[in-house]
Design a protein around this ligand. Structure first.
Ligand code: ADP
Length: 641
């Protein structure tokens, strides 16, 4: 940009002939130029240094210093080297003089007789040229100021032969290689790329003409042997006809960002690990507590009815709280697994009705305790989806649990399932859980699916729960190819949570759901060997089973298991898989391989409850798999098979 666009350039007119000088000054002034004059070389040189004219109109023949020499001195001085010189000479000057003048550094040469229009055209042409050069220089200067002072490497290559056109000075610092070797061999940079990333980057450059753009992250090994992470971006540069004839490239050091990411990932891994360990450790004591509570109720010690009633109430409290704790702990474990991508669905064809009823069974106690009315409306036809029945029941159970929790006593909860036909597929199933409870403010709706997210609670109330239920449900549904959505007209206006799942097929008109037959009460002398290193847990279970009419033996030493089994001849062995120093799966395999023991029913009782753990147990030869703390009914069913 020209800072004085209207100011005309200053011209120094040098001629010892007063008449000729005057004539030239008039011509230039009439064209709008500002003109100053000198009659000899010495004055001319002085005025150039002091007044910085844009152009010197310089006659060759001067009294003191020859015009060609004056020109040479102007051009030789760095302060004035950019001043334009238009040399003029008297008529009849030879070609040789003209060449000498130009070689002396003049920008052009005019021989007399000089016509007015010729002079002005020449001066204008030179001034224009200098202006363009100045603009170019400014622009290049700006570019250089950027590229010289930024740590990123800027490059330019030709397409398709990838010859280097330009590389900025940051290259040796970032790459640890010299610009010289890059000039000799433009792909020299590739040698510093980490071997694991090299072929990927090389491939990008092999198809340069086809795909002249990318955004990659790769490692570069510097001369110091240090590895740096860089973000490398390539952009096509198009010619006037739209063809890509060059590529521009920007490479930035992102090592610190990568390091931060790695730290964050490690912290996240530690957190998940901690959550998993914590949940696992918390789960273990729950089993003996639950069993001890159950035992309290069964011991007919003949005490007065009032004490028994109090005991019964105390037992209820313990059982309810243990159930609540077990629920939280299970959610925690699931969260840790989801974050590590370790949840595996055990998919099968699932009847939606069964899943909904299981969910109602789970949330039933809370719904009943808070005296809500529950209305369940399922389609007449059986609705089948593909999924993990346990996880689907858990998801809907969670929504029902929330509906019961966030609705004041005596509320209305509705479960509504509907099917929409699909165009390209079988269609969708939508299961909505609606309540008329406290509702959710619009601002909070997008937040509640986040991990550990809870709507702000008033300062006088402690938050309940961990804020992971909905996040868990959303993830589980995502794994099923479905989704969870939430709606609420506002605070106090109730909420609706909807689960959408891909429909597998519709069945016949749904029959009434068969109830699980109640487990046969009474152990009728069945022989059970219990192996667990948690002596409390084992003792409790032993008492409980004995109360129920089983004959039990217990050991905390799994290495003795085979000899104990041969000795006592149990019909069932209940074994904790996670015993220290011993592989429970291997114990199971050994028992099943032993012809004298192979007929014994094996029940795994363990804190590891994922579908993967269950599968491993079954593969090792266990006949049943119970997750601690096992419900009494489940335990009995597992014992009887
Ligand atoms: P938690 O129940 O442990 O807080 P969730 O992830 O299940 O965690 O729920 C997150 C938040 O969403 C809850 O704290 C509550 O504020 C809100 N929320 C969930 N379900 C409902 C509901 N049915 N009605 C009103 N608010 C709800």
């Amino acid at each position: 940009m020209n800072s004085h666009p209207t100011k005309m350039p200053l011209i120094l007119n040098v001629d010892d002939n007063d008449g000729a000088r005057y004539a030239k000054t008039r011509i230039l002034q009439s064209a709008g130029f500002e003109v100053i004059e000198a009659a000899n070389g010495t004055d001319a040189l002085e005025m150039v240094q002091q007044q910085h004219p844009a152009l010197v109109l310089l006659d060759v023949k001067l009294p003191d210093i020859n015009g060609i020499e004056v020109c040479r001195r102007i051009k030789a001085n760095p302060d004035s080297s950019m001043v334009l010189v238009l040399q003029t000479s008297a008529a009849l000057t030879g070609r040789a003089d003209k060449i000498r003048g130009l070689e002396g550094g003049a920008d052009n040469y005019l021989a007399a007789p000089i016509e007015a229009d010729e002079l002005i055209a020449n001066v204008n042409a030179l001034v224009r040229m200098r202006q363009t050069q100045g603009e170019l220089r400014d622009s290049e200067e700006r570019f250089r100021q950027i590229t010289d002072n930024i740590d990123d490497v800027f490059w330019m290559f030709t397409v398709p032969d990838a010859a280097l056109v330009y590389v900025s000075p940051a290259y040796p610092t970032l790459w640890g290689r010299s610009v010289d070797s890059l000039r000799v061999q433009p792909m020299d940079w590739l040698d510093a790329v980490h071997p694991d990333d090299r072929s990927r980057m090389a491939q990008r450059w092999n198809q340069l003409a086809l795909a002249p753009h990318y955004d990659e992250e790769c490692r570069v090994i510097g001369q110091d042997g240090k590895t740096r992470w860089v973000r490398d971006r390539l952009f096509p540069v198009r010619g006037t006809r739209g063809d890509v004839y060059r590529v521009a490239r920007v490479t930035s050091d992102i090592t610190s960002r990568r390091e931060m990411e790695a730290l964050l990932r490690a912290a996240d891994r530690n957190k998940n690990q901690f959550l998993a360990t914590l949940a696992h450790e918390l789960r273990n004591p729950l089993s003996p507590i639950r069993n001890a509570a159950a035992l309290l109720g069964t011991s007919g010690d003949g005490s007065a009815g009032q004490i028994n009633e109090r005991q019964a109430r105390a037992r209820e409290v313990i059982t309810r709280q243990v159930d609540h704790l077990a629920h939280l702990v299970d959610d925690l474990l699931d969260v840790a697994r989801i974050s590590e991508g370790k949840i595996v669905l055990r998919r099968e064809d699932v009847n939606l009705g069964t899943v909904v009823h299981q969910a109602i069974e789970t949330a039933g106690p809370l719904i009943a305790a808070r005296r809500h009315r529950l209305d369940v409306r399922l389609p007449e036809q059986e609705v089948w989806v593909s999924g993990d029945p346990v996880r689907l029941a858990q998801s809907i159970g969670n929504l029902l649990h929330n509906a019961a929790k966030f609705t004041p006593q005596g509320g209305d909860i509705t479960v509504l399932a509907s099917v929409t036909a699909g165009v390209a597929d079988a269609g969708q199933v939508k299961i909505s859980v609606h309540d008329n409870g406290i509702g959710i403010a619009e601002d909070n709706l997008p937040r509640i699916f986040g991990m550990f997210a809870q709507v702000d609670v008033p300062p006088d109330r402690a938050p309940e729960g961990l804020g992971i239920g909905l996040s868990l449900v959303a993830h589980l549904l995502e794994l099923h190819g479905g989704r969870l959505t939430a709606e609420s007209p506002g605070i106090g206006m109730g909420s609706t949570f909807s689960v959408e799942l891909p429909l597998l097929r519709l069945g016949t008109v749904a029959p009434a759901l068969a109830c699980d037959p109640a487990a046969d009460a009474g152990g009728s002398g069945m022989r059970v060997l219990l192996v667990d290193d948690n002596v409390d847990a084992m003792e409790m279970m032993g008492f409980l089973l004995a109360e129920m009419g089983y004959q039990t033996w217990a050991s905390s030493d799994a290495s003795q298991i085979e000899s104990l089994a041969l000795h006592h001849r149990p019909q069932v062995i209940v074994l904790d898989i996670g015993l220290p120093g011993i592989d429970g799966y291997e114990v199971a395999r050994r028992i099943k391989r032993n012809p004298a023991l192979a007929g014994i029913r094996l029940v795994a009782h363990t804190g590891y409850g994922s579908p993967e753990d269950r599968r491993r147990a079954m593969e090792a030869g266990f006949d049943a798999h119970l997750v601690k703390p096992a419900e009494l009914g489940d335990l009995e069913r597992a014992l009887k098979g």
